[in-house]
Ligand binder design. Sequence first.
Ligand code: URA
Length: 316
Amino acid sequence: MPGEYDQLLEATIEHLQQMKARGTRFVTVDNAALKALTAPAPAAAPARSSAPAPAPASRSLSAFAQAHATATPSPAPAAPKPPAPVPERSMFAPAIGIPPEPVIEPLAPEAKEAAMADLRARALVCVKCPKLVASRTQVVFGVGNIHADIMFVGEAPGADEDLQGEPFVGAAGQLLTKIIQAMGQSRDAVYIGNILKCRPDMPPGEVGNRKPTSDEMKTCIPYLLAQIDIIRPKVLVALGATAVEGLFNKAIPITKQRGTWMTFRGIPVMPTFHPAYLLRNQAPSEKRKVWEDMLAVMERVNLPISEKQRGYFLKG
Ligand code: URA
């Protein structure tokens, strides 16, 4: 079982290799990072003398990550082992519980198309969660414009999505589509994805949907992170508490967090209620809360807002 530092190292190397494969040739290395690289190497770990010891601070890792992505890296005292094949789930830091802060450059349009097609092909044959593989009709990858400014992130496919192979096509999805249209957009103009790409299985004979487990989210999240890194939207909209939990690897009450900007991989995130909540609670006040969140998103991406739009779901 590799230590945490080794996992981080492998995840960093694989992530940087993916960036390189997608055409990234340089990332920014600031002075602090360069200085960190000239610091003494960490002491060897007792149980793994050939491997670097756990980094005392995340500073070391980010410095390492940045240096490894440059075309001409500075000589580092603690030179890494050649990259070993690593399981895909360690590809991105959040899968192993580390705050994500990669330096990601936007891709050229053709590179985006190619990277997304490649990712999609890999996701469609994913068999990481045997129970979900056994119960799913198909993988529900994501839909929309990969050059979009706005990306919506939901929880997981439900029964309708599992059958149709597209996120947010059931009752909650139809409400999301209306919200998007009220913003003056269409489903084709934005991107829509989920934390999980497969429908969470239900006990035999039971209908409805269940929340993804923490393990399922951690296993599947690299696909969403790769989608985000390819699209690089100007804004992410996290639909409901599970979407926020999946992104930030932390349970945060959505009633407290909605309407307050967060940041994920350098991208502003607007947490809001899941449309399924609005189907359950049709009070105009709750609709207005979601609408205010959408107005904030529209402002953030410089979409025009009419007086009529500003007044939706206001009393009187
Ligand atoms: N709910 C979600 O969170 N995602 C879907 O795709 C459908 C319903």
